[in-house]
Structure formats: structure tokens, C-alpha cells
Design a protein. Structure first.
Length: 455
């Protein structure tokens, strides 16, 4: 199939090249023939005018001497000259050697345009122009087209061989160009076949760099797509490994609770064990769903139904949702909405981002503490949401790892949670094209900053 495509392209290229060559040669030949014919007629017309003036000035003897002199010296191209009297009798005739077979008897004795007298024994024509002089005589000047025909024949021979050579070069060049053009496609087919055969996506199509060629751009896009697929597969493998690792502890705890319930004969203890199993299963399900959301967000496959969102209204909803929780802990939550900020994002995902941040801030802030939220724009035009609390703070050792899945620093282990809240925050924010940062000092609270592109 690939060979057939290359052959078809080569034949099309050769056909276009051949047709173009034939048309170009035909036009060139026509222009050359027309130019030579016009030149011959200009010579005939100019000579006719000159001889007419000479005849009018000095009479027929002077004209005869001038024609004979020019024929002997070769100062003028070979021409047929004839002067006819009033009765159409020839008063003077000059016929170059070898022109005697032109049938000049067919020429009319008038001055109407250019007449043609064919040769009797060869393919040639004598072209003759006539002029009636003031005394009633007819002056005729003619030129053979033999030289013109010889030049055109030589042109046809030379151009014919050149055209044949050009066509051969065109066909060979078409094969070479087609092969060079299809080489990246053949390499692409080979790579795809290798991936299908082995099931591994490590193979790449050789790239010639950013040449601007369409085929090279296709190669670059395919390699980029393979890189993305490889990254997704690697991320999925890592996610599965993480899930398997993270499930060991809760599953072991669930198994242990069930075994103790089976060994116990106390119905009350068994009911309590069943209750613990249900609670643990809910915890595991929640952890699995969160882990899958984080993995999808990190690998770029998370669906984000984007829409224009008023960031101030969205954060205000979250603040109202946690009012009771903050009041129970005696934590003051303030929100400075600042100027209007609209982002293009998924409402539920961004609400979860700010809910997780506010939940963490309230959770790790002591009684009579405070949490402040500010929404604004930075000089680059991005939306910036800053959440500052007066909690216990985060140690320099723990701070770089707070975004890791299931990581919980020592002070946070006293609080209930999965250790996935901040990981989800970072994954959702980066899926929206933004960034999430944290600054903290032990005993001086923490500041979390979320930056999102304005929609």
C-alpha cells in the first residue's frame, strides 16, 4: 500500500511536470516562430520602402545598380526584387541563386498585403510584398522562409532532446522527492506498528526539528501525543500503586475489627464491630474517590465543566457553610471580597478547593483565633485568594510535604482526616492552570495563596 501511494504520487508529479514542460515548450516555439516571421516581414517592408524611394529619386537604372551591388557584397539578406511595368511585363528581376523553383507566376501585380509563392521541389515559401509607384510600375520585394524553417527545425531538435532529458529528470526527481516526503510517514507507520506489536509506547518517530513542514509538524504532534500517553500510563500505574499501598492500613484495620467480632461471643461487641466496619468502609470509599479525583486532575483527564464564576460569591458560599463550625470552635472568620473577580472554572471543584482550605484553617486554629480570607487581582491580572490563620503553624520540615497524598505532620495526627485535603487543593488548582502555595512558621499561623487565571 505504501509503495502504491509512492508510485501514484511519483506518476502524478511526473505527469504534471511533463504536461507543464510540453505547454511551456509549445508556447516558446509559438513565440519564436511568430517573432521570426515578424522579423522577415519587417525586413521585406523596410527594403520595399527603401527601394521605392531610390526608384523615385533616380529611376530604374539606379535601383538595378543598388540591388546588384548589395547582392554581390552580401550587405543585405538575400531578397527577391522585381519591377513590373504598366502592362505587367517584367522590367527588372533579381532572383538569388537556388530560388528559381519558386512559382512567382502565382504572384498578383497589386499592392495588397503579402503574397506567398511556394517552391515546386521543397518545403519553402517565398513571401512577397508589392508597392505601386507613382509612375504606375509595381515594385515587389520578397524573402524566402527557408532560414526561418531551418532555425525552427534546429530549435525543435534541441528543445526536444532537452525536454526528454528534463522529463527523465522530472520522473527521477519525483521518485526522490516522493520518497523523501513519505519517509517520515513510513517511519510513523513503523513506530505505530511497533507499539501495536509490543504494547510499549517508548518508541518515537525520528524528528527533523521545527522545519515548518506539515509532515514534520505531524511527526512532532504524534511524538507529543505518545509522550502524553506514556505520562498518563505512568501516572495511572503510580496511582494504582499508591491506592494499593494506601489501602493496606484501613483494610488491615477493617479485617482486624471483623476478626475480633467473630471471636467475640458478646452481641453488643459484635454490633459495635459492625458499626466500626461500616464507618471504616465509608472512610475507605471516601479515600478512594478522593485519590481518583487527585489522579485524574494530575494526569489531565479530569472533566472540568468551566463557566464564568464570581469568585467573591463562591468564597462567600463557603464561608457561610462553615459559620457554625467556626462558631463552635470560637474562631472568627472574616472575608474581604475586594474588587470583583471573575474566573473561568468548574464551580464544584473550586468550591471544594476553598472549602478544604477553610476547613483546615478552622481545624488547626485554637479557640479565639481568627481566619482571614482576601480575594484580589495581582499586577499580572491573575485572581489571587489568600487565606491566613492564627493557628499552630507548620514546621519547616513538614511544609514542603503538606501537598503530598496522605501525608500528615505530627501535630495534625490528633485531628481526624485522611491527609488528602491539600493534595486535592493543589491538583484542582493546577488543573485550572493556577498555582497553590503555602507559607508558615510554627506558632505564628499559616498563609495559603491560590492564584487562578482570570476567565
Amino acid at each position: 500500500m505504501r509503495g502504491t501511494l509512492g508510485l501514484r504520487l511519483s506518476l502524478w508529479y511526473a505527469a504534471v511536470f511533463v504536461v507543464s514542460t510540453v505547454v511551456l515548450v509549445g508556447i516558446t516555439y509559438w513565440l519564436l516562430a511568430t517573432s521570426l516571421a515578424r522579423r522577415d516581414r519587417d525586413i521585406i517592408a523596410a527594403t520595399l520602402r527603401e527601394y521605392a524611394l531610390r526608384y523615385e529619386a533616380a529611376g530604374l537604372p539606379a535601383l538595378e545598380r543598388a540591388v546588384e551591388l548589395e547582392q554581390r557584397t552580401g550587405s543585405r539578406e538575400r531578397l527577391f526584387v522585381r519591377v513590373l511595368g504598366r502592362g505587367a511585363d517584367a522590367l527588372f528581376v533579381s532572383m538569388p541563386p537556388g530560388w528559381s523553383d519558386f512559382d512567382i507566376d502565382q504572384l498578383n501585380a497589386d499592392d495588397q498585403g503579402v503574397e506567398r509563392a511556394p517552391a515546386r521541389s521543397r518545403n519553402a515559401v517565398l513571401e512577397v510584398a508589392s508597392a505601386r509607384l507613382p509612375d504606375g510600375t509595381i515594385l515587389q520585394v520578397g524573402k524566402s522562409n527557408e532560414i526561418r524553417l531551418a532555425l525552427l527545425a534546429q530549435f525543435r531538435t534541441v528543445v526536444g532532446w532537452v525536454s526528454v532529458l528534463a522529463m527523465i529528470i522530472g520522473v527521477v526527481g519525483g521518485l526522490v522527492i516522493t520518497r523523501s516526503t513519505l519517509q517520515p510517514i513510513n517511519e510513523l507507520i513503523h513506530v505505530v506498528q511497533e507499539i501495536i506489536r509490543t504494547g510499549r509506547t517508548h518508541a518515537r518517530v525520528p524528528s527533523r526539528g521545527p522545519t515548518g513542514d506539515t509532515v514534520d509538524e505531524l511527526v512532532t504532534l504524534v511524538n507529543t501525543m505518545l509522550d502524553r500517553i506514556t505520562g498518563l500510563i505512568r501516572a495511572m500505574g503510580e496511582s494504582l500503586d499508591n491506592v494499593a499501598h494506601d489501602l493496606r492500613t484501613p483494610m488491615a484495620r477493617l479485617r482486624g475489627t471483623a476478626e475480633r467480632a467473630l471471636q467475640s461471643g458478646d452481641p453488643a461487641a459484635q454490633r459495635e464491630a459492625l458499626s466500626d466496619c461500616l464507618e471504616e468502609s465509608e472512610r475507605i470509599l471516601s479515600m478512594l474517590n478522593t485519590l481518583m479525583d487527585i489522579s485524574e486532575a494530575e494526569t489531565g483527564v479530569l472533566r472540568l465543566p468551566r463557566e464564568p464564576l464570581d469568585l467573591r460569591a463562591l468564597i462567600n458560599e463557603v464561608v457561610e457553610l462553615y459559620e457554625d463550625v467556626a462558631e463552635m470552635k470560637h474562631v472568627t472568620v472574616t472575608f474581604d471580597p475586594g474588587e470583583p473577580v471573575v474566573v473561568n472554572g468548574a464551580r464544584d471543584r473550586l468550591r471544594q478547593v476553598f472549602a478544604n482550605l477553610l476547613d483546615n484553617a478552622i481545624k488547626y486554629t485554637g479557640e479565639n483565633g481568627s481566619v482571614g480570607i482576601v480575594a484580589s487581582r495581582d499586577p499580572s491580572g491573575q485572581a489571587v485568594v489568600t487565606l491566613t490563620d492564627t493557628g499552630a503553624g507548620i514546621s519547616a520540615q513538614d511544609l514542603p510535604r503538606i501537598w503530598d497524598r496522605l501525608y500528615r505532620g505530627d501535630p495534625s495526627r490528633t485531628e481526624r482526616g485522611l491527609g488528602l485535603g491539600l493534595s486535592l487543593v493543589k491538583a484542582y488548582v493546577e488543573a485550572h492552570g493556577g498555582t497553590a502555595e503555602a507559607r508558615s512558621e510554627p506558632g505564628r499561623g499559616s498563609t495559603f495563596t491560590v492564584r487562578l487565571p482570570v476567565g
